[in-house]
Write a protein that binds this ligand. Structure first.
Ligand SMILES: [Zn+2]
Length: 136
């Protein structure tokens, strides 16, 4: 398909008539303060704001790859904090809920920890002395 013969596509996010460019680009997003880059996304990209109108199938692929990156990062974070707190996976599951295999699944990226578990872990990462309050 010769895209040059088609009418220009305008960015729906920019109000000043920015024209989208078709191509393959890396897309970087910030989620909960962390930057993630999904490489090689085909679609119509805005050179001003970075928005993208995905080509067929690319939105799904982008979403799946981004979700996996977030899960992998969360898995590493939970594992690091659990080890810092000196807990076995089974002990963490008993204390924070989810059962014996919950932390094994979180740390392999099989499932995501509940947001409250992640927030509590981050709190304990900064204030490990609070573990005393939980285990008494
Ligand atoms: Zn734009």
């Amino acid at each position: 398909m010769d895209t040059k013969l088609k009418a220009p596509r305008y960015c729906l996010q920019c109000d000043d008539g920015a024209i989208l460019e078709h191509g393959v680009r890396d897309i970087t997003l910030t989620v909960h303060g962390v930057k993630y880059t999904v490489p090689g996304i085909s679609g119509w990209h805005c050179p001003k704001c970075g928005e993208c109108e995905f080509d067929p199938g690319e939105g799904k692929r982008h979403s799946a790859e981004l979700d996996q990156m977030i899960r992998d990062r969360q898995a590493r974070e939970i594992r690091a904090i659990r080890k810092k707190l000196g807990l076995k996976q089974s002990e963490a599951g008993a204390l924070f809920g989810g059962g014996v295999s919950a932390f094994s699944e979180y740390e392999r990226g099989k499932t995501q920890a509940h947001k409250s578990t992640l927030l509590l872990f981050r709190l304990l990462d900064t204030h490990p002395e609070l573990m005393r309050e939980l285990t008494l």
